[in-house]
Ligand binder design. Structure first.
Ligand SMILES: O=C(O)CCC(=O)C(=O)O
Length: 265
């Protein structure tokens, strides 16, 4: 069994230091509950403070990578660090997710590839152009961010590369709770892997974030669905279920990819 903790935070808008202090306390709480992997929400250091995101963004993600590394090493845990605003050397701002191993080494850096126009991301942020995978204790994993969940091609590509856990930091608001739930369950069933999400709670202006962070297993069972409250939520997952489900219903062996092309119409 692997114990996962979802740090379902409320955020202080545009205040990275305040949010960092809170995240530190929540990581400590997750560790006290013997979590091995902790997951944070999307843009948890700033929230969607897009009009001042350039000045708030972390230059090369350095300060927050140092924080993740130090916390991961201190507690001997893997940190899927949600995402932060990262300012690159040529002043482009990306929505970037870092993962650090229990020894404090960086395992992954992923820049959100699909920008969400409904929340003006495309006006302030740059899209990443690389899909990434990494191993957590020899288990292949990947991270996608929020709106990326709406693109089944992406999760399928990750599953075909062997990924068994997909982490989804998010700031997914009302009124799209059913989209959030159903998409994760469908992606888990069709790809026969674990979908592990962490959404924020609280309000930013008129936008209300509902939490409901989830862990869905490869059979589509919802192992954990959080409330709409802030908190540290813990669940154990059995990774051997991936092979078990794939043996029972061998969808990957049964695929007919040569037929899945528009050339046939
Ligand atoms: O797709 C959605 O409904 C929400 C996406 C979103 O809020 C985001 O990508 O930040």
């Amino acid at each position: 069994m692997t114990r996962i903790a979802l740090l379902q935070m409320d955020l202080v808008f545009g205040r990275p230091e305040d949010n960092k202090q809170k995240a530190g306390k929540m990581i400590e709480e997750a560790t006290a509950q013997k979590a091995e992997i902790v997951v944070l929400p999307e843009l948890w250091t700033t929230g969607y403070a897009l009009t001042k995101i350039s000045e708030l963004a972390d230059p090369n993600g350095q300060a927050f990578q140092a924080f993740f590394s130090e916390q991961a090493k201190k507690y001997g845990i893997t940190i899927v660090g949600g995402s932060i605003a990262e300012r690159s050397t040529d002043d482009a701002v990306f929505n970037t997710s870092y993962t650090f191993s229990h020894t404090g080494e960086r395992l992954n850096a992923y820049r959100k590839i699909h920008l969400f126009q409904l929340m003006d991301e495309h006006l302030y942020l740059h899209a990443g152009d690389q899909v990434t995978t990494y191993d957590i204790h020899n288990v292949p994993a990947s991270t996608i961010i929020c709106y990326d969940l709406r693109f089944p091609e992406l999760t399928r590509t990750l599953a075909l590369s062997g990924v068994q856990m997909i982490f989804i930091p998010a700031e997914w608001p009302h009124p799209r709770l059913q989209h959030w739930r159903q998409l994760q369950i469908a992606r888990a069933i069709e790809n026969q892997l674990f979908m592990i999400s962490c959404n924020r709670v609280g309000k930013a202006g008129d936008t209300e974030f509902f939490g409901h962070s989830m862990v869905v297993d490869p059979w589509g069972e919802v192992l954990l669905e959080c409330s709409e409250e802030e908190g540290v939520f813990v669940v154990d997952i059995d990774l051997s279920l991936v092979a078990e489900v794939r043996k029972k219903i061998p969808v990957f062996a049964d695929r007919r990819p040569h037929l899945y092309t528009s050339a046939h119409f």
